[in-house]
Design a protein. Structure first.
Length: 166
């Protein structure tokens, strides 16, 4: 049997090119849709507690149980906003609600290790100003390389290495 492809070659090549072009267009549109409708991992809004001490609740209302309390500058990731309330996740992946009047966009971090040295300057050659345990929140004042100039709610200031905070 003799298969003569001479009559099909141009059409087959065009068909293959047509398929590839449409495949790339569809792939591009899917990528744009993914970017436009960003998944939560890409569009999480990070906020900071503004009150000296704030109640964290089991639901979006004052009559919901208080689960725990957080200090000023405690950082949170917004999961949902509902009727003046924010559903959030914290550095321990705990999920709860806080009233939106108690949070803003202040840049903040929280210590994630025990016995973190907070130094008098941005480097290990500076003296230790104080030490903090896991779970202490700070406002970020400035960044130099991987060092963060931080301020605690009580006014203490110093520098901490970024791998020690969330």
């Amino acid at each position: 049997m003799n298969l003569n492809r001479s009559g099909c070659e141009g059409k087959c090549e065009l068909s293959g090119i047509f398929f590839r072009v449409h495949f790339l267009k569809i792939l591009g549109l899917l990528l744009l849709a993914f970017i436009f409708f960003q998944t939560p991992a890409f569009c999480e809004e990070r906020l900071s507690v503004t009150s000296k001490l704030a109640n964290v609740r089991s639901g979006p209302a004052l009559d919901n149980d208080v689960l725990w309390q957080v200090e000023k500058y405690h950082p949170i990731l917004v999961l949902e906003k509902k009727s003046g309330w924010i559903k959030f996740k914290d550095f321990e992946n705990d999920v709860a609600w806080i009233h939106s009047s108690l949070a803003d966009k202040t840049n903040s971090v929280i210590s994630i290790k025990d016995n973190c040295n907070v130094r008098k300057g941005p480097g290990t050659d500076y003296d230790v100003a104080f030490t903090v345990e896991r779970g202490v929140p700070f406002k970020v004042l400035e960044k130099k390389g991987r060092w963060l100039n931080i301020e605690h709610g009580d006014g203490d200031v110093g520098w901490i290495y970024d791998s020690l905070v969330w």
